[in-house]
Design a protein around this ligand. Structure first.
Ligand code: ATP
Ligand code: MG
Length: 308
């Protein structure tokens, strides 16, 4: 408030500023339709929030114009204006959008980028650490997990994501879950009915229940009579896999894929689940840092790996 719009250079801009960019658009015409007074310049004004400079072959000024909510996921409308075409930039208001919101928008424009946000001024100890490690005075720090990351996926692909702890597997899975929306189901979201024998809690009848449980690696009749609470951690994992395979979702997402299972069980379950996914034409996206559950090391006896 109280700020007067003024012409500024691009170097003076901070992401989140509300700006008006006066620039020249390209004109397209046929020779027969001669332009009046040989005027080739087509002045344009773009108003929006400064998102930063982008582009590898030519620098572009990114002006974010609108935010839409598409199936709960935000989408943005923006202009990418080549810096060489800019005539003037008028700064209308500083900090019109919070940096956090701009980063969220820009991470979508940059591709499937994700960064984790930490408010370094939250506690006295955090402030001390931020100072000691030179994390800057900006209240909120962004630590990129990945940037400009592109992934081409078919909805029936079997995908195995691996990497060391903290490398971004879960962050990537959550981003994919958001992108896919209702097309995907995450194993962590399957509903659990407590206090009932598990055989009662899935499938349309007993034979379908047994088929699902067996495919998830729970082939023991004694286990079918137990409740969810009475299962071991590894058995609970396999039960949730069975519930996931029962969902109508096109893509199944599993974090910590088979990581609670011993190596041999993990191989068998991983092989079985990807086989069911392929047979039903469903996509399967899994992540784990353990080789036993998928990937090139986890070959089944026949030689063909259970995932990729
Ligand atoms: N909600 C969050 N807020 C801030 N930082 C986060 C958040 N979630 C994850 N991170 C950070 O992002 C990075 C990637 O985390 P992620 O959970 O994706 O790792 P991971 O590969 O799944 O690891 P693991 O194998 O241990 O599960 C880590 O450095 C983590 O500290
Ligand atoms: Mg993880």
């Amino acid at each position: 408030m109280g700020e007067r719009p003024r012409v500024v250079s691009v170097e003076e801009l901070e992401v989140g500023d509300l700006i008006e960019v006066r620039w020249l658009d390209t004109s397209e015409a046929r020779t027969s339709l001669s332009l009046p007074d040989r005027e080739f310049d087509t002045p344009v004004r773009s108003i929006g929030v400064f998102g930063g400079l982008r582009g590898s072959r030519a620098k572009h000024n990114i002006v974010i114009k609108e935010e839409f909510a598409v199936a709960e996921a935000p989408e943005y409308h923006y202009n990418a204006i080549p810096v060489d075409m800019v005539e003037a930039i008028v700064l209308a208001r500083r900090k019109f959008w919070k940096k956090h919101d701009v980063r969220k928008a820009m991470s979508l424009l940059d591709g499937l980028g994700e960064s984790s946000q930490v408010d370094v001024s939250r506690t006295p100890r955090m402030r001390k650490l931020a100072e000691a490690f030179g994390l800057g005075v900006d209240r909120e720090q962004a630590f990129p997990v990945y940037k400009r990351f592109e992934l081409e996926l078919a909805l029936n692909d079997v995908v195995y994501i691996t990497g060391p702890s903290g490398s971004g597997k879960s962050v990537l899975l959550r981003a994919l879950r958001r992108k896919l929306g209702p097309l995907a189901a995450d194993m962590a979201e399957v509903p659990i009915q407590h206090g009932q024998p598990i055989v009662e809690t899935l499938g349309r009848d007993v034979s379908e229940a047994i088929e699902l449980l067996t495919k998830a690696g729970l082939g023991d009749a004694f286990l079918w009579l137990r409740t969810y609470e009475e299962l071991s951690d590894g058995q609970k994992y396999r039960y949730r896999l069975a519930k996931l395979m029962e969902t109508g979702a096109q893509v199944w997402i599993c974090d910590e894929f088979c990581s609670t299972l011993d190596r041999d069980t993990a191989k068998l379950v991983a092989f079985s689940v990807q086989k069911v996914a392929k047979k039903l034409g469903r996509g399967l996206i899994v992540a784990t840092s353990h080789a036993a559950a998928g990937g090139p090391e986890a070959e089944r006896p026949g030689g063909e790996g259970p995932g990729r």
